[in-house]
Design a protein around this ligand. Structure first.
Ligand code: GLU
Length: 463
């Protein structure tokens, strides 16, 4: 049977790291077994679902490059849920429940007072006569005896007594289906073979298995992923910093780094830390996912990001850097190729956001100097050497790193200066500050005309 997995987010907020890891594991599992991976948007809760959240999920999946069949929207399957409700009613596997809110509330209070678990008491399960014009919900007729048993791919065998489960509402009085029901109908219709999801759903699984059996389907295999915690041991949330996938993009992460980080967040393959997507696809093993919760570690994520910035093809990093340059309103057609910028900056930046911010001077003129720095480096004594450099550079017919390097060394020798005594002022002239790649590369990338103009401005500033 062909493996079919799904990621089934409810669009009630951004795509957070927990969701992204679930999606990644389900995607990897499908790929490893030459199967299909489906994206299903669980948007039946109209109060809480928003178009922005749907978009955030689609954007996150696209940015992470997790491709899928779909997306399918549950809101478009309403008729199908009604059809299955009818079928279950006709087969007596579900029944109409006319209990009022008041009755249910009284029942609950009574059970709490008796120190019992609140649950539906089956009052309408075998009604002989049904009131005609009363509102009703539809409840699933859960088996009363026996056990539901499943072999969770991560946690092992889980067993729940049917007597622990009450008769779940599958359709509300307004005709809308409930979460546990829509999941089951879709898993059934989509022929899902492996349900990989967060362990916050583990209590739903026995109920869902019972409904699947009622529909005549073998239950899929389940794998419930443990939670992700912050470094304080509490469930990961905004309090711990960025948790939304698109926030990581905005903060300058490479999707490759986030994927690598996420695959290791709860799974290991020996001591290996670095996994290309191909490695992940071939090595990932759902059964090796840890049972214990994972702890999110931003430092490690940044370390991985830097690793990928340094080791990925500069052209590929440049594609992602382009987005950050755009955010800074920089026109990258007015300067060096981004690939060259990546090559020059990759050792010095942990994030692409930082790289974009530190690369602005390649594309726009420097209008201000850091005053303290200018005072220290742009001094009267430099007027002559800087003028010589400017004149020599102006005569260059080839603007290459070697030619620039030779000019700088010639002038340094001529004035018997230490190289740093000229490199730092030049850097201030080029960038307004003292941080940039090696000075010859900096000049090379800024380009001849701009370099000449910036030296002229700096000379005027020397006092
Ligand atoms: N829609 C559910 C959620 O976002 C997931 C359902 C499932 O994977 O079965 O938590």
């Amino acid at each position: 049977m062909k493996v079919r997995t799904r990621f089934a987010p409810s669009p009630t907020g951004y795509l957070h790291v927990g969701g992204a890891r679930t999606a990644l594991y389900a995607w990897l599992f499908a790929h490893k077994h030459q199967g299909d991976f489906i994206l299903r948007i669980e948007d039946t809760d109209v109060e809480r679902s928003t178009d922005e959240s749907v978009q955030a999920i689609l954007d996150g999946m696209a940015w992470l490059n997790l491709d899928y069949e779909g997306p399918y929207y549950q809101s478009q399957h309403t008729q199908r849920y009604q059809e299955v409700t009818e079928q279950l009613l006709q087969e007596n596997k579900a029944y109409r429940c006319y209990c009022s809110k008041l009755r249910l509330e009284q029942l609950r209070q009574q059970q709490i007072a008796n120190k019992q678990k609140p649950r539906y008491d089956g009052h309408c399960r075998d009604l002989k006569e049904c009131p005609d014009d009363q509102p009703y919900v539809v409840r699933f007729r859960n088996p009363q005896d026996g056990v539901v048993r499943f072999d969770d791919q991560i946690r092992g065998i889980i067993e729940v007594q049917n007597s622990e489960l009450d008769d779940l509402i599958i359709t509300r009085s307004d005709g809308t289906p409930t979460y546990n029901f829509t999941v089951v109908v879709d898993d059934f219709d989509m022929r899902i073979t492996h349900v990989i999801r967060g362990d916050d759903h583990i209590n739903n699984t026995p109920r869902q298995i019972n409904i699947l059996h009622a529909l005549g389907m073998e239950a899929p295999l389940y794998a419930h992923l443990p939670m992700i915690l912050g470094d304080d041991g509490k469930r990961l949330s905004k309090r711990h910093g960025a948790v939304s996938v698109m926030q990581f993009r905005d903060d300058g992460l490479l999707p490759q780094a986030l994927l690598n980080y996420l695959v290791r967040l709860g799974w290991a393959h020996g001591d290996q830390e670095i996994f290309s997507v191909d490695d992940m696809k071939s090595m990932f093993d759902i059964k090796a996912v840890h049972k214990a919760p994972a702890i999110f570690n931003t430092e490690k994520l940044l370390w991985l990001n830097q690793h990928y910035i340094k080791t990925m093809q500069p052209e590929d990093v440049a594609k992602h850097l382009a987005w950050h340059m755009q955010q800074l309103n920089l026109d990258v057609t007015q300067g060096p190729s981004l690939t060259e910028v990546v090559k020059a900056q990759s050792e010095r930046c942990k994030t692409l956001k930082e790289m974009a911010e530190k690369s602005q001077y390649f594309y726009v003129d420097i209008t201000e100097y850091d005053e303290k720095v200018a005072k220290k480096h742009l001094t009267q004594a430099l007027v002559e050497p800087l003028t010589s450099i400017k004149n020599e550079l102006a005569t260059l017919t080839e603007w290459t790193q070697t030619a620039i390097h030779d000019v700088l060394h010639k002038v340094v020798d001529q004035y018997q200066l230490k190289f740093g005594k000229i490199a730092q002022p030049l850097r201030v002239a080029m960038t307004g500050n003292t941080v940039s790649p090696s000075i010859d590369i900096t000049l090379l990338l800024i380009g001849k005309d701009r370099v000449i103009k910036r030296i002229e401005r700096a000379i005027a500033k020397c006092q």
